[in-house]
Design a protein. Sequence first.
Length: 540
Amino acid sequence: MTKWWKNAVGYQIYPRSFMDSNDDGIGDLKGIQAKLTYLKELGIDFIWLNPIYKSPNVDNGYDISDYQAINPEFGTLEDLKDLLAAAHELGIRLIMDLVVNHTSDQHPWFIESKKGKDNPYRAYYLWADATPEKMPNNWQSFFGGSTWTYDPNTKQAYFHVFAKEQPDLNWKNPAMRENIYRMIRWWLDFGIDGFRLDAISHIQKEPWDFKITSNPWAPFMNVVGIETYMAELREIFRSYDIMTVGEASGVNSKTAPFWTDEEDGYIDMIFELEHQVRTGEPGSETGDLLGFKKVLSRWQKDMQPLGWNALYTDNHDNPRSNSTFGNETRESATALATAYMLLRGTPFIYQGQELGMTNFPFESIEEVNATDSLAAYHDCLNKGIPPEEALRLITHWTRDHSRTPMHWTDFGGFSTNLPWMKINPNTDKINVALQEADPFSPLNYYKKLIALRKSLPVFLNGSYHIELAKHPKVWAYTRKLDLEEAYVLTNLSDQSQSVTLPNRWVNAPAMILLANYQYSSWKKTMTLRPFEAVVVKKDA
Ligand code: ISL
Ligand code: CA
């Protein structure tokens, strides 16, 4: 029997920026509930909520101080129950972020752990002898600076792969793991439909004397020994009818099939980070569309016999794909959508992506919020880079681009109050109200694309074959299931491209299923218009 999440489309909600129900400028659970019919009409099947747990918000909820409490900014546990019930009523499932590589430094476990070497919670975290001048090793954190922070009280340092306010949990400690597992079961018994496992490939670390050769992240990226913990997690997950998707950087396309094998994989699917390929100098990078195509193609191929992909272009950690890979038009928004959503796997849409939302024109450092970007800004200043140039450098590729409030109307429609982050001024041109009324809008295209994806078995179970593999600007592929064949042809550039289609594609009668220009022809040699996308079915 096909698992429910295989023919499902997911929608990622960044709760702070989706919809504000009580006018404090911060999105919340009741706001999400108010927009469920919007999501139903879009055609999605499940929601992934970014963290809504109690948190000092050093990393917007990815620093959790109580796993079983809701951040009051977002509402209450009661509100979550209501949201879950209302979603289920509409046939929409809900998965939550599971952040277990680290906690907040305000988590009671860490507060205890810091108290002394003999505290029972000491071994819940990773401590090692150090002096203020000499850390246990020279490893660098993802957010910049050492992975170690010195504690003068106990003359030791604690380990963190992200900010210093996000100490890493010690997975080697069975008592710690038992507590995490209890919490996981508690949420699953609560009735949620699964988890997105945050930074899960980092839970195991190399010994502290491990020497870094080339990859600075090697000491905490899918390190041997992680299998034990993943197998324990699997045991819990497998006793519920849920879905799990792991953010697992470092698990490559050769290993991922085993991680996600339906029979005995640890989790159901993986978000790989490799396809976010950039080209150009820092401060003026663009998305590398050829790289994007190559990486995604390789993942499709390698995951063919075993395993399952999670498909996405946008999320809360990256700038808007319609700006970085596209040219901020409806054509680029819809071409990118066509290219990735018809691949083999479970597609995710990040809020606003379905409108073709774009990057934010940052003008002041006050508008920047992301911890890593602020750290990078201060780094630049310390290096003597003038503030204006520093701002340009760090905002060019900041994850804040995707975290500005959702565009519901001309004026935003997110809140009647000043939102926690500024609304993109182009909300008057790109918004739900306008796009619902426009049959050619990205929103209406997404609706058709989602419906199409779910209507044909070939998109669910069909194999993947790349065509015109060498073409630097065009991504063309075949999905094939027995006699059923679908052809996806996308011009991933803002220039016209001529293509000579494979004979197999043009020999049999074909039916155009979807196109993002008013008229699309289908013949042996074609000139594709900028960001043109066509989906065709062999009419056997
Ligand atoms: O592995 C990485 C880079 O190669 C890291 O990107 C890492 O896996 C990723 O940044 C983790 O992101 C997640 O965890 C962070 C949080 O800030 C992000 O928002 C979240 O998506 C810490 O919890
Ligand atoms: Ca609110």
